[in-house]
Write a protein that binds this ligand. Sequence first.
Ligand code: SAH
Length: 393
Amino acid sequence: MTKIILRKNEERRLLAGHQWVFSNEIERIADAEADVCIAAVYDWRGNFLGRGLYNKHSLIAYRHLTSKDEDIDGRFIFKRLSTANALRRKLRPDRSVYRLCNGEADLMPGLIIDKYDDKYSLQSFSAGMDLLAGEICDVLINQFKSSLIVEKNNNSMRTLDGAELREGILYSSSESNGAEFTADIDGIKYSIDLMKGQKTGFYLDQCDNRKYLRSLIKEGDSVLDLFCNDGGFSLNAAAGGAGKIIAVDSSEACITNVKENFGLNGYELPQTHSADCFDFIDRLFQSPERFDVIVVDPPSFTKSRKSIPPAMKAYTELNFKCMRLLRPGGLLLTFSCSHHISEQAFEEMISRAGAKAGRTPQLFLKNTCSFDHPVLPQMPETSYLKGYFLKVI
Ligand code: SAH
């Protein structure tokens, strides 16, 4: 088996629970079997540290799978996925739709698996994890009784790992009725199309925050849902008894889906706009309309540290304007899914936006992703979503 020998002291991060080794931390490779393969890793003194996925061409040259001397095979994958599944089943036995495997946080670096009853959406971030795709599918088909598996290997991060971008159906049983279906999440029906949906097909990470919004709505509240995607927040607002709802997203396909989702649930259709949210809120200022609740959940404004300053400017602009558009005492649910924006920076942005708007934001809840997206404190890279629930006086 390929052996990776680390430079002196470069074992420390692995021993502290991190899972990545960067290419410049490797002293040498011995018995190389392939450029991308399963490898055993050793410290500079020759002590065995574990096994994982090696990629000669990636900056993240090694992703750790286990500290034991064990085979990385179907049994190993089944154990890992069963452990991940057991956590979700324990936390929310009522849910059959959830993220089954959240990559590093479930000790499967670079592997995302979303579960929709017996249908699964897979995303791999590394060429190394791609090697295990066949065995992962076998486990999902034979042990998890999957009827459909799609791969959504469309994330541009893959190119950093020398892995190609591709999407498609990996497996479909004779009982499967395809990648388009209706799923029930916390009592609300969603029309889901795994092939057409963004990222892994659907944003599961916001399910808990959407449900919490439902409990905050007062009968007749007016709600503005910015960057609404398939309308998850709007649907929960409607379920909570909201009156007027305006849902905005730049994607026409998302807006079509918002309408379909409202229809599926028998709710009165919201006002929908396929528009740029920045332009849309500027137009709202021309009208006297103000809201009881605003949700602002933009895409990541920064994929690297370099673009933090323009991203902060965009967040401040959006949040300042949203605060102005709220009635006194209204609620602002503001999110950032940029890993590179720290909690501290986001909180400073909120206070700047409040001062600029002449309003007092009062924080009553800080939240992150839903229960099925665990985070490893020893790997800050596994954390990205920040959600601030504010009353704006
Ligand atoms: N709130 C959503 C998830 C938002 S994801 C939910 O609960 O599921 C971010 C969304 O922003 C995507 O749907 C994307 O289409 C949309 N988007 C990206 N840039 C935009 C822009 N400038 N104006 C409006 N929508 C935008």
